[in-house]
Design a protein around this ligand. Structure first.
Ligand code: HEM
Length: 135
């Protein structure tokens, strides 16, 4: 069975000579790889203590790099210990999403009010007219 490592433990290794990173649920001890990494050691240190999957994918690593990383894998992260990060959604995308969800989430009562309010105003207007005519 694969070695299960908590996110808390991953966060304990953030130095150049003791560096663990988390990519796609797997934990890599890359302490001996720091000086060899073609992208430099700074980028690797910058992604410690978090899920580095996106950072790793953003670089578009070669198949060779993906093959190479296997030998540094020391286990799987315990997913229940990884904090859920909220993805930043730009306001313009939020608006698009909310309009589509609003239409589906709209309560039937709201639609009814759109008809009831003008009817009510009309009713009051007629009542006033009737009242004035009777005077
Ligand atoms: C065990 C994990 C990793 C291995 C084995 C690895 C390996 C490599 C290799 C072999 C290259 C040369 C280009 C290629 O073949 O794709 C490279 C480039 C690079 N890597 Fe990594 N890498 C790892 C993790 C990361 C992480 C987490 C980052 C974070 C951003 C990163 C950032 C970079 C950058 C910026 C380059 C330079 C790209 C360029 O100049 O074109 N790498 N890496």
């Amino acid at each position: 069975m694969a070695n299960l490592i908590s996110f808390h433990d991953v966060c304990k290794h953030k130095c150049k000579n003791d560096c663990w990173i988390l990519i796609h649920g797997k934990v890599y001890d890359i302490s001996t790889f720091m000086d060899e990494h073609p992208g430099g050691d700074n980028v690797l240190l910058a992604v410690t203590g978090k899920d580095a999957s996106t950072d790793f994918e953003d670089v578009n690593h070669s198949d060779d790099a993906k093959e190479q990383m296997k030998k540094y894998c020391i286990g799987d992260v315990d997913q229940s210990t990884v904090p859920v990060t909220k993805k930043y959604i730009p306001p313009w995308e939020k608006k698009e999403k909310s309009t589509t969800t609003e239409t589906t989430k709209e309560e039937p009562g709201n639609k009814l009010l759109v008809y009831l309010i003008p009817l009510f105003i009309l009713g009051v207007a007629f009542a006033l007219r009737f009242y004035n005519n009777n005077k």
